[in-house]
Design a protein around this ligand. Structure first.
Ligand SMILES: [Zn+2]
Length: 330
């Protein structure tokens, strides 16, 4: 389904079947010489159907269309390598490019990191394999390598009359990039700012304090004048900066809640913290959480614990080989 959002600007709705995100917004910017298509959907049949239908409806010549991927997640990058034709490029932030290539060429250091850290932090070993293998980041990614053109902070991508400035916005992933077009005050947000849902923040190798990176990246884009925010999922229902303030407040609340849990129960592990934080999903208790949601909640808890540990508010210890946390120093 294609929507016209502005002059030479369209959105294609891509269904994300079986995923609580529901769908992805693929954006298409038309130019005289070349077009730019932003984000693609999972490497999954339904996503390919929707994307192909949108490409047909817009009559896009894929030999003259580059693909920009805001970040490495499978719902954004999954089909990029399959839809490019001829000399068209897949463009992505340099840091996320390295993560995707690590999976293809270097025996997946990310999987090793997650396995080591999650088990050390108290994720139940009997649930770990199933949670990891059924996660979309493992099951719905592109497995066949394709060349990626890297971009960095300050690079420009020109499409017709539009000049997009690349803004390095790490946090949701280590190499997330937003695009800013100053004439129309338009910003391609990827999953940096979402409306109605909160972008997942989790623990990553090479980004020791993901939540701090994320909050800094929120404050960074808050300084830009944005009239047209273009999020990767759902629609906008308030000005971008209003939503940024809500997200900043959301994480402040969750940090306070984390400290409260550790004050009442010093020495618990990250899995216990995750089970006691307040989540917005409709489940009666932590036991009723779908495994995928436990996985995301656990990652969120880790990111908040890392933030508090680096700030010196809490400290880590070890109990039976599992990391434990308490308020203050030991
Ligand atoms: Zn996404």
């Amino acid at each position: 389904m294609v929507h016209e959002l502005g002059h030479n600007l369209f959105a294609i709705k891509i269904r994300l079947v079986g995923n609580p995100l529901k769908d992805l917004n693929t954006y298409v910017f038309l130019g005289k010489e070349r077009n730019l298509l932003v984000d693609t959907g999972f490497n999954q049949k339904e996503c390919m159907e929707d994307l192909s239908a949108g490409i047909r409806e817009l009559n896009l010549d894929m030999e003259r269309t580059d693909v920009f991927v805001t970040h490495l997640h499978a719902d954004h990058s999954g089909l990029a390598g399959q839809i490019i034709r001829g000399a068209s490029r897949v463009i992505m932030g340099a840091v996320d490019k390295a993560f995707i290539e690590m999976r293809w060429y270097a025996n997946d250091g990310y999987a090793k990191y997650v396995t080591g850290r999650y088990l050390r932090e108290g994720f139940p070993p009997e649930e770990f394999n199933r949670a990891f293998m059924t996660n979309p980041s493992t099951s719905l990614v592109a497995v066949k390598p394709y060349p990626i053109t890297p971009v960095n902070e300050g690079d420009t991508i020109t499409v017709g009359e539009r000049n997009f400035l690349c803004l390095f916005t790490p946090g949701h992933t280590p190499g997330h990039i937003c695009l800013y077009e100053p004439e129309e005050k338009l910003m391609v947000l990827g999953d940096h700012v979402l409306f109605g849902i909160t972008p997942n923040i989790t623990s990553w190798p090479g980004m020791p304090n993901a939540l701090k990176s994320y909050l800094d990246s929120l404050r960074k884009i808050r300084a830009y004048d944005v009239a047209v925010p273009l999020p990767g999922h759902r629609e906008c229902h308030c000005p971008m900066n209003t939503r940024i303030d809500e997200l900043l407040a959301h994480h402040k609340f969750r940090l306070e809640e984390t400290v409260k849990i550790l004050t009442e129960d010093p020495g618990v592990n990250a899995y216990t913290v995750a089970s006691r934080l307040t989540w917005s999903i409709r489940a009666k208790s932590w036991q009723d959480f779908p495994l995928a949601q436990k996985w995301f909640a656990f990652g969120e808890a880790l990111a908040h614990l890392d933030y508090l540990a680096e700030a010196g508010v809490i400290s880590r210890g070890m109990d039976d080989g599992i990391t434990s946390y308490r308020v203050g120093t030991r």
